[in-house]
Design a protein around this ligand. Sequence first.
Ligand code: GAR
Length: 189
Amino acid sequence: MKKIAVFASGNGSNAQAIAEYFSKENEARVIMILSNRKDAFVIERAADLSIPTIIFNRSEFYDTDKITNYLIGQNIDLVVLAGFLWLLPSSLVKAFPNRIVNIHPALLPKFGGKGMYGHFVHEAVVASGDTESGITIHFVNECYDEGQIIFQARCTVDPLDTADSLAAKIHELEYAHFPRVIDEVLKTF
Ligand code: GAR
């Protein structure tokens, strides 16, 4: 069975969708959820799903190799960033080449980079007047939102859309595609 570690910083609805998808599969499982915020709602979701959580602070993440070494020690096959807002330290990226995937709530390379996450992305898309947005699933390197793109899906941005209504459309795309694309990536290992 392949082992997935999911990083999430906030609500964790994607983390839950991924964990539930793989709970019905024998090929792979989410075996831990890691977060930089002990009060993130994803921690409650993990408890409900009976998935162990690891909480870490900035200095543990950036000044030590504690998290990287823990993932290596647990024989993690794939690291998934699902609404995780910190840049990964290079030791972690180097330890899992082409084995870290992220989801971004827009069509990269547009609306990516530092500070572009969650609601800020949807606000920028609506303000831009673009008539479409979507999701991008990509491998992770040491720069925000710049790794090789694996998959994109699109939705319309209608004249009456707000950041909130666009966020709802994007979340539907995320739940429909992210677990399935992770499954496909795992099958290539
Ligand atoms: C998701 O829409 C994800 O694409 C986005 O944060 C949201 C997390 O929602 N990620 C980024 O913006 C990363 N740059 P969730 O916590 O409910 O899964």
